[in-house]
Design a protein around this ligand. Sequence first.
Ligand code: SAH
Length: 481
Amino acid sequence: MTSVLGQTEWMLLTVATTHQPATDLGYLLHKHPDRVQHFEQSFGTATVFYPEASNERCTVALMLDVDPVRLARSRGKGSPDFSLAQYVNDRPYAASSLLAVALAKVFSTARSGRGGSRQELADRPIPLEVNIPVLPCRGGPPIAHRLFEPLGWTVDALPVPLDEGFPEWGGSRYVRLRLAGQVRLADALNQLHVLLPVLDESKHYWQGPDEVDKLMRSGDAWLPTHPEREFITHRYLGRAGTLRREALARLAELGDDLADEVAPVEDEEVQQPVEKRLPLNAQRHAAVYQVLLGAGAQSVIDLGCGSGQLLDRLVKTAAFSRVAGSDVSARSLQHAAARLRLEQMSERQADRVQLFHSALTYEDDRFAGFDAAVLMEVVEHIDPSRLEALERVVWGAARPRVVVVTTPNSEYNVMYEGLTGMRHPDHRFEWTRSEFAEWSEHVAAAYGYTVQRRGVGEVDETLGAPTQMAIFTWQEGRDER
Ligand code: SAH
């Protein structure tokens, strides 16, 4: 392959595991190890096969054969792959971007974390080795280290010589990449989906707003906390400054640990003070924490606890004698358990803490018996038709003395320059202040609570604060249970 540098017509990526039985890889990828499968793409053919499949080690290969003629045909303006047009204009094509597109399509189920009969395995890190013999990498091996090492990979990136016969000609812009680590398979696939084009800096073709959604979907488990998230966003979204700002605003909303400031994005367009908004997540946690302390709550349940950032804070506070978290996402709960170091906790500590898997739209006895419940940035993830069920479950059945709810203030969204839709692709709605007021008054009245509202984050005189919070307090004497 090195002899055709610059006009590479095919690319190869392999993923191997030594988890035993290694052939479980086939279940995780939803691709049978005994079969060679072809997947036609608008720009060529992706082939999946297993060069080895034993109990000890199993390797899957994804080979992409780019068909320049088909690729050129997909350039028409009305064609679904119009966005690929620039691959053709810019240089023959950016093969690594096409490889990333093919990988995303061919392994879409595995990427979403669904492991079928091997769900338990799909949910946890396993020993993985990724090999890409020839990969365009602008900036050379140091860039590969910067991008993959923070994700837990051991990186081996060797420059590919321009011509093996003439080492004095130096390196090409290609590397041979090998990654080894204990990584969840879905995470590895999503990381490759984003980072292959980032290494190549090849995504500077026409960008639609859904590019940001794609980045969020593939990146949500690892990008918000990646130290190079800005660089990645920058390269992934190319010169589209507005999209970059939208992406950074959304990452800030997602990011668990983004209390630190991010430098403003360099751009030819007018600068928005992006960095001001980033501590919002931290401000929200602090505000909720203060309310819980102020309310004298001793036992707290965090409903939709996500990766457990608030729980971590609560567990470290002696005033809270019992702390629980629940979420509908098993994956989030694993992150929470890891964050809290549940397994290393002393028995006495562990007795204070409980994590469990549950959906908020179904009654569950385990939600009851707490002084306070938190629904931080959760209600907007619930389908409007299921909100009533959640209200019944939380205010009706679990009935804690205090319920703290936070949710975005949609009026404030205009402050996020470039944000066209909602703040997160999974949001089912975002409320204005009056909508939130109406909903919270209705819930309070229906279940015998009083409610107070306030803003969290920097207040804009006309738009209000970016986050809105409601504190429901159960009115003594009116409990009808
Ligand atoms: N409270 C956390 C996470 C907010 S993200 C924080 O503020 O950082 C929203 C969370 O709600 C996700 O973890 C999601 O899995 C969870 N969630 C969404 N729908 C849910 C449902 N029906 N039942 C329980 N949790 C749900």
